[in-house]
Each structure stands twice: as C-alpha cells, then as structure tokens.
Ligand binder design. Sequence first.
Ligand SMILES: Nc1ncnc2c1ncn2[C@@H]1O[C@H](COP(=O)(O)OP(=O)(O)O)[C@@H](O)[C@H]1O
Ligand SMILES: [Mg+2]
Length: 252
Amino acid sequence: MTLLTVTDATVRFGGLVAVNNVSFETEPGKVRALIGPNGAGKTTLFKAIAGEEELESGTIRFQDQEIQTLTPHEISERGVRRTFQTGGLFGELTALENVLAGLHTQVPSSLGGLLINSKHAKQVEKEATEKAHHLLEMMGIPHVAEQWARDLSGGQQRMVEIVRALATDPPLLLLDEPAVGLAPPVRLELLKIIRRLVEEENIGVILIEHAIEFVMTVSDTIMVLNNGEVIADGAPEEIRQDKEVLEAYLGR
Ligand SMILES: Nc1ncnc2c1ncn2[C@@H]1O[C@H](COP(=O)(O)OP(=O)(O)O)[C@@H](O)[C@H]1O
Ligand SMILES: [Mg+2]
C-alpha cells in the first residue's frame, strides 16, 4: 500500500530550482530517510508536502487524493504532520500538557471547537492522554509526564515533541532532524525508538537526519537529494555503495 506519492515535483525560487522533478513513494510502517548536503532541497521538499511551498509543477497524492493545492491546515487535518528543526515546548506546561496542547492545535478544526465542552471532546482527550502515557512509556520516560517541560533534558524534550506529534495518530509524519543537537548515543537511541514506534503504530515516516551511519541503521529506504534532484534511492546497503552518492554526499 502506498501512503504518499510525489510525482515530478518541482519547486522554484526565482532562478533557483530547489526541488527538481522529484518522484518517490512512501509506505505505512516504514522509515524513509531523506539525506543530502546542505542546500540540497530537503526542507523545501518537506514544506512542499506540508503545503507551505507551492509546486511549480508535479503532483502530491496522499491516501489517493491530490493535496498539492491544499493549505497547510487542510493537509495537517488529513493527517500529514511535521515536526520542526526548532521544536519548542511550552516550558511552563508539563510534558503531558504539552502533548495535549498539540492535540488541540492538530485535531480537525470541527473537533477543535467541540473540544471545549462536548462529551466527544472529553473522549478524544481521554484517549489522547492514555496514548500519551503509553508513548512516554515506550520512550522510556513515563516519569516525566507530570514534570515541567523546562526541567527536562534536551533528549527528553525531543522525545516529548515526538510524542506530541504521534498522539493524534498521524498516518504520515515528517521529521526534520528530530535528534539534532543530542549527544550521539542519545541521538541513536531516539532514532531507534522512532523506528520501533513506526512499526508498532504503522505510521509512515520521512526522516531528515545528517548522521549517515544512524540513517543506515534505522531506515528502510534512503533517498539522496543533491541540487534538488534525486541522485539515488534504495535500501541502505545500496546507498552505501552508490558511487554518485559517495562523491556528492560523502565527498569521496
Ligand atoms: N524561501 C526561499 N527563498 C529562496 N531560496 C530558498 C528559500 N528556501 C530555500 N531556499 C534555497 O533553496 C535551496 C534548498 O534549501 P533547503 O531546502 O533548505 O535545503 P536543505 O534542507 O537540504 O539544506 C538552497 O539553495 C536554499 O538557499
Ligand atoms: Mg534543511
């Protein structure tokens, strides 16, 4: 089954073609890594999928509907969620409250209105709370639920951000360097946890991550961008041996 199908997507900024005729697919329950040198077009591609940059040409289908003309809000409502390089939790809220705050901004607006008082809203919130506890436990940090976000370590804050994105059961999650800034062992640990969640929850993930050895460890397939173009796409062992990738990306 295909979750997302990008076909011949091009994004242009004036004379610069940031994303050039890119095509690929993603599946549920799989980690699809997106790598490439700085300026390759990775973040622009994410923005295009999330509706934040307009395509000059091409199509993006999500669950068999074209989404490239929808607004970011409409795309998020359909279940394409994105975390940001600079995440941002509310320091004055607990970890659990942060997760639930994400719920209020991410559930469909029709539900958002109901959340204030309806029975249904209480049910949604109850389920999300249970889910949040479950996810925090899977992350190995069940004890942080009631702690202030500002008191958590960097790694724990990153984990809570990911729990927040996952608590609404998004079919597709776009992770832009979710583990950036963490010490390497913590970084790898977090990526492995993400991988486990993806399998268990059957979520499709597109992961931007610079540490290539970690990418090799946690990804099902890896797509390599260079100057806006896909120069390789395949299983980690294929990418590891691809001559063009080694030259362009690893500088060999
Ligand atoms: N809003 C913008 N306006 C003009 N150029 C942009 C804009 N956003 C990104 N770019 C350019 O597009 C190219 C791809 O950028 P980006 O997608 O951020 O790359 P990456 O995430 O792979 O480092 C770069 O040359 C960058 O300078
Ligand atoms: Mg980027």
